[in-house]
Design a protein around this ligand. Structure first.
Ligand SMILES: Cc1cc2nc3c(=O)[nH]c(=O)nc-3n(C[C@H](O)[C@H](O)[C@H](O)COP(=O)(O)OP(=O)(O)OC[C@H]3O[C@@H](n4cnc5c(N)ncnc54)[C@H](O)[C@@H]3O)c2cc1C
Length: 433
C-alpha cells in the first residue's frame, strides 16, 4: 500500500507499545505524525513470544494509564494475545495515524536543509524528526559457543512456541531469566523429558509478598525509577513469571520437581558441554536479592504503618537439591539423550538502516532520556532509557511523554524563527541565525 504521506513533521518507526505511546503524546502535543510499522501493531507480542506467555506484571500494572484491560481481572496476568489486542484497541480508540505493512529501510539526514529522508518498502518520505521505537529486544542472540551440529535442534527463546515443537528427548535451556526459566518449567511440566537449566546470575523477587505483587513493591520502594543499574549488576537477569496465576521463581522447587540445574554454559566440545562452577554462587545471589526485597518491604510497611498480613512462608527455603550440592561440571549430550537446546540468551539491537550520527563508538544509541545527540533523532523503549521501567509497558508511556515534550519545545523554537523571519526586522532575523 502506498505511503499515506510524503512529508510528515514527526515519523515514528515501529508500532509496538513504544510507538503507540509516542503517538498518544504527539496527538496531545498537536504534532502531526505518522507511525510506520513493518508488520502489525504489537507484532512482537503476537509472533515472537511463546504460545502460553502471559505478562510478567498484573493487568492493573502492565498497562497504559488511560485504559484498563477489558477482559482481564486487574490482579491477573494478561495473555500475549490480550496484550497485543490491548495496544490495537488503544491505537484505534485515539485514531492513531499508524500505517502497517511498511518497513523503514533507511534514514539519512538531509544535506543543506533540515530533516531526514526516509526510504521505506513502499517509497520515500521526508520528516523533520524521527522517533526510533523499534524495540528493546530486536535481534535474537545465540552465543558463539553454540555447537555447530545438525544432530541437535537449536532454537532461540524468541522462536520457542510450545513443548510439541521440540523433538523427543532431553533438552538443555541456556539462560534462566524470565524467558528461560518459564520455558524450562513448561517443558518439564509437559512431561516425558529431562530438562537441564543453565542458571547464571539473577535476581528473583517474590511474585507477591504480604499481599502485594512485586510490581507494587518495586514501585513504592522506588526501584522502577532507578536511573542506572547498580554497579556489578550489568549481567544479572531477572527471573519472574505470571504463568499459572503467578508464582515466585524458586529454583530449589524446580529441582525438587525434577529439573536439573547446572551452572552457566561455558563450552561445547565433541558432544560434551562444560558448565561453569558457579551454580551455588548464582543461586545464592538470587536468594540474597529475594531476601533483601522482603526486608525492604517489611521496613517500608513498618515505617508507613501499613496493615499488611505477615508472610513468613516467603522466607522459607526448601533443602538444597543434589544438583546444587553436587553440580554437574560436564554433560555428554548423547549419553544424557539431549536432542535440543533452547538459547534464552537475550537480544541485541540492529540499527544498520539508521544512517545518522546518533551512536557512540560501540554502535550503541547515544542519548539523554531518548533525545539523541543527532538533533531530530529520538529513541524510545530501550532498556534503561531513563530508568529501570523504560522498556516495560507502563514505563515507556512516561518516557514517550518526555520525548513529546522535547519535540514540542523544539517546534516552538522553530516557530519563533519562522515568525521572526516573516516580521523581517534585521534585529530579529539576526537573533535567530
Ligand atoms: C518474552 C518477553 C516477555 C515480556 N514481557 C513483558 C511484560 O510482561 N511486561 C512488560 O512491561 N514488558 C515485557 N517485556 C518487555 C517489553 O514490554 C517488550 O519487549 C515489548 O515488546 C517492547 O515494546 P516496544 O514497542 O518498545 O518494542 P517492540 O514490541 O519490539 O516493537 C517494535 C516494533 O517495531 C517494528 N519495527 C522494527 N523495525 C522496523 C522498521 N525498520 N520499520 C518499521 N517497523 C519496524 C517491529 O515490527 C515491532 O512491531 C517482555 C519482553 C520479552 C522478550
Amino acid at each position: 500500500m502506498a505511503l499515506k504521506k510524503s512529508y510528515v513533521d514527526t515519523l515514528v518507526i515501529g508500532a509496538g507499545q513504544a510507538g503507540i505511546a509516542m503517538s498518544e503524546h504527539l496527538i496531545q502535543a498537536d504534532v502531526s505524525h505518522l507511525v510506520l510499522e513493518r508488520d502489525r501493531i504489537a507484532e512482537r507480542w503476537r509472533s515472537q513470544r511463546w504460545d502460553s506467555l502471559v505478562a510478567n506484571g498484573p493487568a492493573w500494572h502492565d498497562r497504559f494509564p488511560g485504559m484498563t484491560f477489558a477482559d482481564v481481572d486487574p490482579d491477573a496476568f494478561a495473555g500475549k494475545e490480550q496484550v497485543a489486542a490491548y495496544f490495537e484497541t488503544y491505537a484505534a480508540n485515539m485514531d492513531a495515524p499508524v500505517q502497517t505493512g511498511v518497513e523503514v529501510t533507511s534514514v539519512v539526514r538531509n544535506e543543506g536543509h533540515p530533516g531526514f529522508k526516509i526510504e521505506t518498502s513502499e517509497g520515500t518520505l521526508e520528516a523533520a524528526r524521527v522517533v526510533v521505537a523499534t524495540g528493546p529486544f530486536q535481534r535474537p542472540v545465540i552465543p558463539p559457543i553454540a555447537p555447530r551440529t545438525e544432530a541437535l535442534t537449536q532454537i532461540h527463546s524468541s522462536e520457542y512456541r510450545n513443548p510439541g515443537q521440540l523433538p523427543e528427548g532431553a533438552v538443555l535451556v541456556v539462560g534462566a531469566g524470565s524467558s528461560g526459566v518459564q520455558i524450562a518449567e513448561e517443558l518439564m511440566r509437559a512431561g516425558g523429558r529431562q530438562v537441564y537449566l543453565s542458571v547464571g546470575p539473577h535476581h528473583r523477587p517474590p511474585r507477591a509478598y504480604r499481599g502485594r505483587d512485586f510490581c507494587w513493591w518495586l514501585g513504592v520502594l522506588g526501584e522502577w525509577d532507578a536511573e542506572a543499574m547498580k554497579p556489578g549488576t550489568e549481567h544479572v537477569t531477572i527471573a519472574v513469571s505470571g504463568a499459572r496465576g503467578g508464582n515466585t521463581i524458586d529454583f530449589r522447587r524446580l529441582a525438587a520437581e525434577g529439573m536439573t540445574l547446572v551452572g552457566m554454559t561455558r563450552s561445547f566440545d565433541e558432544g560434551v558441554v562444560t558448565f561453569e562452577p558457579d551454580l551455588a554462587k548464582n543461586i545464592a545471589l538470587g536468594d540474597a536479592n529475594h531476601l533483601s526485597l522482603l526486608d525492604a518491604a517489611d521496613a517500608y510497611a513498618t515505617r508507613n504503618g501499613l496493615d499488611l498480613p505477615p508472610d513468613p512462608e516467603a522466607r522459607e527455603r526448601l533443602p538444597d537439591p543434589d544438583c546444587l550440592t553436587n553440580p554437574l561440571s560436564t554433560l555428554d549430550l548423547d549419553d544424557a539423550g539431549v536432542s535440543a537446546i533452547v538459547w534464552a540468551t537475550g537480544f541485541s539491537q540492529d540499527y544498520i538502516w539508521l544512517n545518522v550520527n546518533a551512536f557512540d563508538d560501540q554502535g550503541k544509541p547515544q542519548h539523554q532520556r531518548g533525545v539523541s545527540k543527532e538533533p531530530g533523532v529520538y529513541f524510545l523503549g530501550l532498556p534503561w532509557l531513563s530508568r529501570r521501567g523504560s522498556s516495560f509497558i507502563w514505563g515507556v508511556w512516561h518516557d514517550a511523554k518526555h520525548v513529546a515534550d522535547h519535540i514540542a519545545t523544539q517546534r516552538k523554537y522553530l516557530a519563533y524563527h519562522a515568525d521572526a523571519q516573516s516580521q523581517g526586522t534585521p534585529a530579529d532575523v539576526e537573533r535567530t541565525i
